[in-house]
Design a binder for this molecule. Structure first.
Ligand code: TRP
Length: 509
């Protein structure tokens, strides 16, 4: 039997939940490493283009569709265009499940660092043997390495899954209760960190780094792909998360205003986080590494350990912030998948949660098994580290853009786009007209298809991704990861689309 669909207690609750979803590891970790990798100061140009060209428009569409269909993605898409749409929706849901698995694994490691930050991670001795050049491991690095090669992360990952389930146990209601506390706190912590960063001698240099344009990198397709995928990820677009959250909205809502607010809040948080991290790194002349995971686990901790006073407090604050930001994001991924199942099969929430918990936990545990493949920690350290990299390359690098593209084509071409526009315009102060329609129907598909095509070409030129990755005795891991991704996301989508719909579930609203 179906339950009555929940709803947000207030508009503010919705905005907080959506920005809790948007603000996550992507803002603090992936942004900084992408900005560094893709030309530092020049990155803001493609980034802003991505925000206005794709970020806000796709967010408007997701909110509008969620509110119109009052369903999660596979079911809303089914309502709009039938089975084809549903297939795309489940493809998104399965990609989201895969991303959740390693997102939670990363959060497990972060919980490990948080536990460490209560202990001697930041003690003075850490500062003495600080730096990569000596070939020695600094305190934070050796702590991290010992932690990930032990079985402890398996406990941490379990705890993170339990936390996720508890937060969404009552759907919108329990999510709202948590984000009301976490999201404002995250801003406070971030502001404390940025103030500390820029008041360090040399810290301001980091700010110059993020804003000094180097236009020579802009001819590189990689930079554009980086900015566009970062935008999808950081705004939680493409997998129907925002659609699921919008399905809990009251009948009337200004989606244009909401989408703009959520996107701008997220992106300003992201830039502030980037400034905090770069000021810290520049103050201590630490080279930011382009690999995102090393950034949170060794590079930033190096910087924090070198802060002259209260290093321990700042370190604790940093990992608390990461935990909160990551949790409010992972719950949105889990919620979107859970809601997709409730909407289609009419299974009670608690039962779906038990299922998701078991499947998700097993998946996440695979990423944190204490199997060391690279003892020097030059690249990946453990098997799980390599796996995160490989799966991220497909599920995030391709899956996200692919889902976004399918979504745009379905809404813009297969469905009567004017109907959706009229629906959004009815409650919106700023009206969307012919220009918006042109953007969604022509420009966006062309941009995304070009990015995807060029990436695939690069893929063949460079050999399948991960080919040369150090994976110890594990040969062919890159092929397994690629096939695993296809099998899971495409196979899962076909299976779930084929399964019988519970007619009762349709009556939810
Ligand atoms: N936006 C989150 C971040 O920046 C991650 C995230 C949450 C996400 N939900 C998502 C990414 C859905 C893609 C799709 O960390």
């Amino acid at each position: 039997m179906s339950e009555v669909r929940g709803s947000w207690g207030s508009k503010l609750g919705f905005i907080l939940a959506a920005s809790g979803s948007a603000i996550g590891l992507g803002n603090i970790v992936f942004f900084s490493s992408n900005a560094y990798k893709y030309g530092g100061g020049a990155f803001y140009v493609p980034y802003l283009a991505a925000l206005f060209l794709i970020g806000i428009p796709v967010m408007i569409l997701e909110l509008g569709t969620g509110r119109l269909g009052r369903r999660s993605m596979p079911n809303a898409m089914f309502q709009l265009v039938g089975k084809r749409g549903e297939l795309a929706g489940w493809f998104g849901a399965f990609n989201a499940t895969l991303i959740t698995m390693y997102y939670v694994a990363i959060l497990g490691w972060i919980l490990g660092m948080w536990v460490g930050s209560l202990g001697n991670l930041w003690q003075a001795s850490a500062i003495e043997n600080f730096g990569f050049a000596s070939g020695e491991l600094s305190n934070s690095m050796s702590y991290f390495f010992n932690m990930i090669s032990s079985a402890d992360p398996m406990i941490y990952v379990t705890l993170i899954w339990v936390a996720n389930i508890l937060i969404i146990i009552r759907g919108a209601k329990s999510i709202e209760a948590v984000v009301k506390v976490f999201v404002p706190l995250m801003w406070v912590m971030m502001i404390v960190l940025i103030i500390r960063g820029i008041t360090l001698p040399g810290g301001l240099q980091g700010i110059f780094f993020l804003f000094t344009p180097d236009f020579s990198v802009m001819g590189d397709v990689g930079v554009w792909k980086g900015a566009f995928s970062q935008m999808f990820f950081t705004l939680s677009l493409g997998f129907g998360i925002m659609m699921a959250y919008a399905s809990y909205l009251p009948r009337k809502n200004d989606d244009v205003l909401s989408a703009t607010t959520i996107s701008l809040l997220n992106c300003s948080f992201e830039y502030i986080a980037g400034l905090a991290i770069f000021s810290l790194l520049f103050a201590f002349a630490i080279a930011p590494k382009a690999s995102s995971l090393s950034m949170i686990f060794f590079v930033v901790p190096e910087g924090i350990a070198a802060v002259p006073i209260l290093a321990g407090t700042f370190g604790f604050l940093f990992f608390t912030l990461l935990l909160m930001a990551g949790l409010t994001s992972s719950v949105s991924l889990v919620e979107a998948v859970v809601l997709s199942m409730i909407d289609k099969f009419g299974i009670p929430r608690v039962k779906v949660l038990v299922g998701i918990f078991c499947v998700g936990l097993v998946g996440s545990l695979m990423f944190v098994l204490p199997i060391v493949v690279d003892p020097g920690l030059n690249n990946n350290g453990t098997l799980g580290f390599s796996l995160v990299d490989l799966f991220d390359h497909w599920a995030f690098g391709y899956g996200l853009l692919l889902c976004g593209l399918l979504e745009i084509i379905i809404l813009g071409w297969l469905y009567d786009f004017d109907k959706l526009l009229d629906f959004i315009n009815r409650d919106a102060r700023v009206q969307l007209g012919a220009k918006f329609k042109f953007l969604v129907r022509y420009i966006l598909p062309v941009v995304i298809i070009s990015i995807l095509t060029l990436s695939v070409i690069e893929e063949f030129q460079g050999g399948l991704y991960g080919n040369a990755m150090e994976t110890g005795g594990f040969k062919g891991l890159h092929v397994i990861a690629f096939l695993g991704w296809i099998f899971f996301s495409v196979g899962g989508a076909i299976l779930f689309t084929a399964l019988k719909r519970q007619p009762d579930a349709e009556e939810l609203s």
